[in-house]
Design a protein around this ligand. Structure first.
Ligand code: NAD
Ligand code: TYD
Length: 352
């Protein structure tokens, strides 16, 4: 029986991951530790709350006393850290909380896991850990910075983050790597491209455009809309994380990408077509400061060494995603309530 601590499990990818592991594995117990920031939504997990294999704990990954208590109580052998401030636009206006949660929170988790898993925690030279334990840090391709017209990010690409968000994620990756080198801790880092799918908060490109389209509101495109992202269907990401947990080599980084490079404008036009709306909703707005032009992932390492590859085409994934938002108007209505409207006005002044 695996005992997994999932942090940030009430967010977009974390909640998809919890559904995925409970559906895929029988012999598993999951504790979801989430601070329930604006991005955390327990409604994403309403269908599993009665599952005896699942427990929710409201709390902060920076709270070391809480982490200690949870490790004693649940004897985790696996940690998957999704908890983070995750939105580039917010990091531009409020960088501090990104550094606190993404860097210091990661360190608190690492320290706690190290002290529980290390066979002789008092011996600084010892590199022996309980068998089968693993810490997995969910990172992002944004730590590599931006690409020009060609090339792809490989695991050996130097880190060169450009936003406060990506800088905080790169810092966390370096701390995780340092715990492997210094203490021999069995860790992995996964760096994925832009995810899309059910339960994504409509501040990110795809759900925001679907939501605005459904409401007949303008679709705010930053700059010329020709920035390129490499889109990954969230279920493929969840499967890739499980593959790394099962087969990943300790200390290794694995890139996870969907092989779907698309310009933002192309995606917005696809959403318009699918929802039978006209291009007149497209509204070009002032570009994001420090906007990375292109991201693309080379996923050769995970596909050749661990045997994972994405199962969904972009067309399939988008069709499922749009259908999910059409089928869940009440979810969308609740997450776009008052606080969301304030955020929207602040972020998109002039594009109402
Ligand atoms: P999200 O913003 O939807 O969810 C983050 C979750 O973390 C929320 O439930 C929030 O309540 C929780 N949280 C925030 N601060 C916390 C704290 N201090 N303690 C405990 N919980 C806290 O994010 P997401 O899109 O699901 O992303 C999950 C992870 O994947 C993040 O680490 C992000 O950097 C990474 N990632 C995301 C994408 C993407 O496309 N969404 C791409 C690459 C990497
Ligand atoms: P986003 O979903 O915020 O993810 P990230 O910044 O992590 O890549 O943005 C994806 C792309 O879409 C990015 O190039 C910015 C662009 N974008 C817009 O053009 N308009 C918007 O309203 C948003 C939210 C994003």
């Amino acid at each position: 029986m695996k005992q997994i601590l999932v942090t940030g499990g009430a967010g977009f990818i974390g909640s998809n991951f919890i559904h995925y592991i409970l559906n895929t594995y029988h012999q598993v117990k999951v504790v979801n530790l989430d601070a329930l920031t604006y991005a955390g939504n327990l409604e994403n997990l309403s269908s599993v709350t009665r599952d005896s294999r699942y427990t929710f704990v409201k709390g902060d990954i920076r709270d070391r006393a809480l982490l200690n208590r949870l490790f004693v109580e649940h004897q985790f052998d696996t940690v998957v850290n999704f908890a983070a401030e995750s939105h580039v636009d917010r990091s531009i206006t409020q960088p501090e909380v990104f550094l606190e949660t993404n860097i210091l929170g990661t360190q608190a988790l690492l320290d706690t896991a190290k002290s529980y898993w290390k066979l002789d925690p008092e011996d600084k030279y010892s590199r022996e850990y309980q068998p089968g334990v693993r810490y997995l840090q969910v990172s992002t391709d944004e730590v590599y910075g931006a690409l020009g017209q060609t090339g792809k990010f490989q695991e050996i690409t130097p880190l060169s983050p450009n936003s406060p968000y990506s800088a905080s994620k790169a810092s966390a990756d370096m701390i995780v790597h340092a715990y492997y080198e210094t203490y021999g801790m069995p860790v992995n880092i996964t760096r994925c491209s832009n995810n899309y799918g059910p339960f994504q908060f409509p501040e990110k490109l795809i759900p925001l455009m679907i939501h605005n389209c459904l409401e007949g509101k303008p679709l705010p495109i930053y700059g010329d809309g020709m920035q390129v992202r490499d889109w990954l269907y969230v279920e493929d990401h969840c499967a890739a994380i499980c593959t790394v947990l099962e087969k990943g080599m300790p200390g290794e980084v694995y890139n996870i990408g969907g092989n779907n490079e698309k310009a933002n404008l192309e995606i917005v036009k696809l959403i318009l077509r699918k929802l039978k709306k006209g291009d007149e909703l497209i509204t070009y707005v002032k570009d994001r400061p420090g906007h990375d032009r292109r991201y693309a992932i080379d996923n050769t390492k995970i596909t050749t060494e661990l045997g994972w590859s994405p199962a969904y085409t972009f067309e399939d994934g988008m069709a499922r995603t749009i259908q999910w938002y059409l089928d869940h108007p009440e979810w969308l209505a609740r997450v776009t309530s008052e606080a969301y409207r304030d955020y929207y006005v602040e972020m998109y002044q002039g594009a109402e």
